[in-house]
Design a protein around this ligand. Structure first.
Ligand code: NAD
Length: 444
């Protein structure tokens, strides 16, 4: 599973050879440890004239223990720019003026965050200017070095207070492998509760994680438990041993169930109601691949992938929402894939199912908003798991290197993104698809 090339770049020989030959030199990404400071250095905050977010953001960042400065320093852990005042393409120059003098002064694993107004909620020239920010941020993501990342956060008018969980996530080491992404806050709901303890935002909550016995699901279960949730870890009976090990380690419970079984939604509903009186967070992580090019694919290979990766999830959602087992301010979280965005040879079934997960989020967002909850999805890129370790060497190397961060992500990177969606303070984050892919070129 190890990225041997990246390990080599850190050896004395690697340090000598890699720059001489102009080879890729992936940075060691800063990752979250409990108790770690939000940022290792100051955040430079600026705004285009007339920006509506700067004041709130200054207060939120200060509250998070971040040193916010208004004049450039020698090094910045983050650059944050409120571009909501940009109402005309001509005013995009304000974005250039803020970033141009300081972009080379972003520290290792530094953060660039641009804040804007969702283009679809603006009109005419403002809409054009706000849409233009996407091209800026995605390019900055590609230019930044040493593990630094760039994101665009569109905050709807009136939702200024509801963006705090998103800012905390994107500025922190929790978003290590999220790069070049666009997040929308407040397009369905404009308010969000503030957790009493940002280190344990899921205290008292119950979270269901499917496919939790290993890989990414195991990391999700661990991360939600770290954040205070009681985790119901679900997997197929054949994975029962590993499942109990995970559940015991995190103080959760193990539920052996095949989610494609006809009676699975009813059994799950009964389990959650009788043991916990409901559920707050549902993470649809269980997924399978049955790769074959379309001409060689059997009907069974097609059906089984659609069943696990999409149909079972829809059936579970219908039951948990229909019977109001998902509690108020509840969360439904899907796991898509960049294959669902870009497509992939030998994966027509898988890519169809994963694009369907994006459809599930699109259709579900207004429904969940009405219900009093949210639905979002992550789209992992190349993540270092047993699944990707089995990929042929050259394809594996391409998967790692053809991205802005030049390496694969870790299961915990996907888990941290899910934990941000799960946070009660993310009540205004609905209908999003965020790639956890180190800004992979695939499908970009
Ligand atoms: P994995 O195969 O290690 O884990 C998937 C888990 O789902 C397994 O424990 C499996 O037993 C369980 N599962 C399968 N069918 C089930 C069923 N019918 N009922 C209940 N549980 C079932 O895979 P992973 O790499 O950890 O991937 C987790 C998710 O992330 C999947 O949805 C996958 O498609 C997605 N994903 C992974 C990557 C990657 O790089 N590893 C990239 C993009 C997306």
């Amino acid at each position: 599973m190890a990225d041997r090339y990246q390990q080599f770049t850190k050896t004395p020989l690697g340090k000598f050879v890699v720059p001489k030959l102009g080879l890729p030199n992936p940075a060691t990404l800063r990752r979250y440890r409990p108790g770690q400071p939000a940022l290792e250095g100051p955040a430079l905050l600026g705004a285009a004239p007339g920006g509506r977010l700067e004041k709130t953001v200054r207060a939120q960042l200060t509250e998070a223990g971040i040193e916010v400065i208004s004049a450039p320093a020698d090094r910045h852990a983050a650059l944050v720019f409120d571009a909501t005042g940009v109402k005309d393409p001509g005013q995009l120059r304000e974005v250039y003026r803020f970033f141009h003098p300081v972009i080379r002064k972003v520290g290792s694993s530094g953060r660039v965050v641009v804040l804007g107004t969702p283009p679809e909620l603006a009109e005419g020239r403002e809409r054009i200017a706000q849409r233009a920010l996407e091209g800026f941020v995605r390019s900055v993501g590609k230019e930044l070095k040493r593990g630094a990342t760039a994101q665009l956060v569109y905050v709807a008018e009136g939702a200024e207070d509801a963006a705090e969980s998103t800012l905390r996530f994107l500025l922190s080491a929790k978003s290590a492998f999220v790069d070049g992404q666009v997040v929308r806050v407040g397009t369905h709901a404009k308010t969000a509760p503030t957790p009493e303890n940002w280190e344990k935002p899921l205290d008292g909550k119950v979270a269901l994680v499917t496919g939790a016995s290993r890989g990414i699901g195991e990391a999700i279960a661990e991360t939600l438990a770290r954040d205070g949730a009681h985790v119901v870890a679900l997997d197929i009976p054949a994975q029962g041993g590993d499942l109990s090990t995970v559940a015991n380690r995190i103080g959760g419970s193990a539920l052996q169930l095949d989610i494609t079984a006809a009676d699975a939604p009813a059994k799950l509903a009964e389990y959650l109601t009788s043991r916990h009186g409901g559920v707050d967070v549902v993470v649809h992580n269980a997924g399978i691949t049955r790769d074959k090019t379309l001409g060689n694919m059997t009907e069974g290979g097609w059906d089984s992938v659609i069943a696990v990766n999409l149909a079972a999830q829809l059936a579970v959602n219908d039951k948990l929402l229909g019977d109001k087992i998902l509690r108020e301010n509840g969360r439904v979280i899907g796991v898509s894939s960049i294959a669902g965005i870009a497509g992939n040879v030998g994966q027509t079934n898988y890519a169809t199912s994963k694009a369907g997960v994006i459809g599930m989020v699109n259709v579900g967002a207004p429904q969940l908003a009405e219900y009093g909850g949210t639905i979002n999805a992550v789209a992992p890129g190349f993540i270092e798991t047993k699944m990707t370790a089995a990929v042929p060497l050259f394809i594996r190397e391409a998967g790692r290197r053809l991205s802005s961060l030049g390496q694969g992500g870790l299961p915990v990177d996907v888990a941290e993104t899910i934990a941000w969606y799960a946070n009660p303070a993310s009540a205004a984050v609905n209908g999003n698809l965020v790639r956890v892919c180190g800004q992979a070129l695939l499908g970009a």
